[in-house]
Design a binder for this molecule. Structure first.
Ligand code: PKZ
Length: 176
């Protein structure tokens, strides 16, 4: 499912995650309000989306290699943002419009780990929508270390129903 051309990462505007509603911007992987989180940022790049993340030493599986759970998180959050952007555009918006970007939740996350992912190298994740429904998007994302494809994910994202609001723990999410 091709996306409309848009400003690429060389022409950075807001990230998708910068435009999530405040109440839905606390995700450990990509919430801009989560002080302990990874703060992943997803940008449009032509028909695809792209993010770059440099794992920290504590993200290791064994010395020299990245923990698979981190890889899954990067693919998850990047794919959610790719789905949200596709649904936003489908509704006639462009990133940067005043209306917040809709929030999706992960219905399914499948990751194939193709080869060990080295630490100490920025990781690039590229995503594309392969199926777009009324409330659902299927996204394929590939994670590269340099030029090397290390993991591939397929993610089903579902628009958070209007009735879904953050739970009671949300009241305690602001530290201090
Ligand atoms: C965080 C949770 C708290 C919520 C409160 C705050 C909400 C807003 C904050 C968002 C924050 C996001 C954070 C970052 C991303 C995470 O980390 S999300 C955390 C992990 N995910 C979850 O906890 C989600 C738990 N699951 C659910 O709530 C429900 O199962 C879902 C995903 C909303 C779907 O339920 P539903 O709305 O009843 O949808 P349903 O009609 O069954 O299915 C819709 C479509 O999805 C497909 N589908 C559903 N499940 C699957 C599946 N497992 N495999 C394949 N396809 C599926 C269906 O086949 C259907 O397809 P179509 O027929 O339209 O083609």
């Amino acid at each position: 499912m091709p996306m409309e051309p848009d400003a690429g990462p060389a022409h950075r505007g807001p990230a998708v995650q910068d435009r999530y509603p405040d109440d839905f911007a606390w995700c450990y992987g990509c919430g801009r309000h989560n002080p302990a989180g990874l703060h992943l940022k997803t940008y449009p790049d032509g028909d695809e989306t792209v993010t770059v993340f440099e794992p920290r030493p504590e993200h290791m599986a064994v010395p020299g290699f990245v923990y698979g759970g981190l890889i899954a998180s990067l693919i998850d959050c990047h794919s959610m943002a790719t789905a949200s952007l596709a649904l936003y555009r489908r509704d006639g918006h462009r990133l940067g419009d005043p209306e917040p970007v809709p929030r999706c939740v992960t219905a399914s996350l499948k990751v194939d780990y193709l080869r060990p992912t080295p630490l100490g190298v920025p990781l690039t994740v590229r995503g594309r929508v392969v199926e777009l429904g009324q409330r659902k998007a299927v996204v394929e994302s590939e994670l590269y270390a340099g030029e090397t494809l290390c993991a591939r994910g397929q993610v089903v994202a579902v628009l958070a129903p209007p009735a879904m609001t953050p739970g009671p723990a949300g009241a305690e999410r602001r530290p201090g």
